[in-house]
Design a protein around this ligand. Structure first.
Ligand code: A3P
Ligand code: MG
Ligand code: MG
Ligand code: MG
Length: 352
């Protein structure tokens, strides 16, 4: 039996919506010294930090006992060298917290006009995302900007939030400010929010929260089937995916796109499968890169599994554990895909 989680859903949409405005405004004003390179060499911007602070503050106000797994931490902002970025992040987070979005009685979320926070409160909100995850209980999972590299290029990125209970994703919300409503009309309307609740289906909304459209993936059809994959060659093996594509005789080229916008596209029928294959450097996938997207696809009639055909496990901690790749597709294509993936991996092994 599924539980409604009505308040959690409303809160998640409100938080992602605000963070989506925040990040798209930051992009227009981003200056050179507002991006840091993290220990793993990946970029993080004032937008990532401010969006995590905003979402985490809203979650904490409503559910002070719920732990949060968030991608970012504020360590490099608490030191003297982080002063300029820290001040900018506090300013941006407060702009977003106090924004008047006309969304009704949002005073209950602890946001809106007059609700600005101190620098210390903003840094603490970011660091509240330090939960180690696990198999039991409620938790939230934030990727404040997924696809930071796409964000910096002015391409696709996503504000991602999941609500997980006993290692099962119950709510997934993904804000894609740059995503065209219709991929075939790249210069048409842009900005989508994807929402999924376990057992209740999935919807696409506009960034204002209006025009809810139910999502369902079209059944497998050999002549139109194609793949969606990451832009970054360091994040997925483009060559393994090409082998899988050849095995299946797929004629159409893959759609390359940053972030969990890929899951959103798949859920609404743009592309047949999202493949993410390990590059062999021992990287472990993070739960915040897949939690909301996987529920979105499942609630749209799809399935998400690894190269062995096993479901993803969100109960192992902050990562998905040993990297066996991630595959998302419509149910009717699952068996064919597992077979092709296995074949491609065997050829690679034989060559190595
Ligand atoms: N070596 C690697 N292999 C796979 N994923 C990686 C990676 N290094 C970083 N990533 C993840 O890839 C995500 C982006 O995925 P994509 O390339 O599909 O847009 C990043 O999210 P962030 O941008 O939130 O850091 C990051 O977590
Ligand atoms: Mg990152
Ligand atoms: Mg990410
Ligand atoms: Mg991120």
């Amino acid at each position: 039996m599924s539980i409604a989680f009505t308040t959690e859903k409303q809160l998640a949409i409100a938080a992602v919506r605000r963070a989506s405005y925040l990040t798209s405004q930051v992009f227009n004003k981003l200056v050179k010294n507002e991006t840091l390179t993290k220990g793993d060499k990946s970029p993080v911007t004032v937008g990532d930090y401010a969006a995590q602070a905003l979402i985490s503050s809203m979650l904490h106000h409503a559910y002070p006992d719920d732990p949060i797994v968030g991608e970012e931490d504020a360590a490099s902002l608490r030191v003297e060298s982080g002063k300029t970025m820290r001040e900018r992040i506090v300013e941006l987070a407060n702009e977003a917290l106090t924004m008047d979005l006309q969304e009704g009685d949002y005073a209950e979320w602890g946001i809106g006009p007059g609700k600005a926070k101190s620098a210390e409160e903003i840094l603490d909100a970011i660091d509240r995302g330090n939960y180690s995850g696990g198999r039991t209980g409620r938790m939230w999972c934030i990727d404040p900007i997924d696809g930071t590299k796409g964000f910096l290029r002015g391409e696709q990125y996503a504000v991602c939030l999941a609500f997980i209970v006993d290692a099962q994703v119950q709510i997934g919300v993904i804000g894609c400010p740059n995503l065209p409503h219709d991929l075939s009309k790249p210069d048409g309307g842009k900005g989508c929010i994807f929402v999924a609740v376990r057992g209740q289906g999935a919807q696409q909304l506009s960034l204002t929260g209006a025009n809810p459209t139910p999502l369902s993936m079209p059944p497998y059809e050999a002549s139109t089937f194609n793949f969606v994959e990451s832009v970054e060659a360091a994040h997925t093996s483009h060559s393994t995916i090409e082998k899988i594509s050849n095995i299946l005789g797929i004629a159409r080229p893959p759609i390359r796109m940053d972030s969990q916008a890929k899951y959103g596209c798949l859920a609404r029928g743009d592309g047949g499968a999202y493949l993410r294959m390990p590059t062999g450097v021992g990287y472990q996938e993070k739960i915040w890169d897949h939690a909301p997207g996987s529920l979105l696809v499942e609630e749209s009639g799809g399935v998400v599994f690894d190269s062995r055909g096993k479901p993803l496990d969100f109960g192992l901690g902050r990562t998905l554990g040993e990297n066996m790749g991630v595959i998302a597709t419509v149910k009717s294509a699952q068996a064919k895909l597992i077979e092709a993936v296995q074949k491609a991996l065997e050829t690679e092994k034989a060559k190595a």
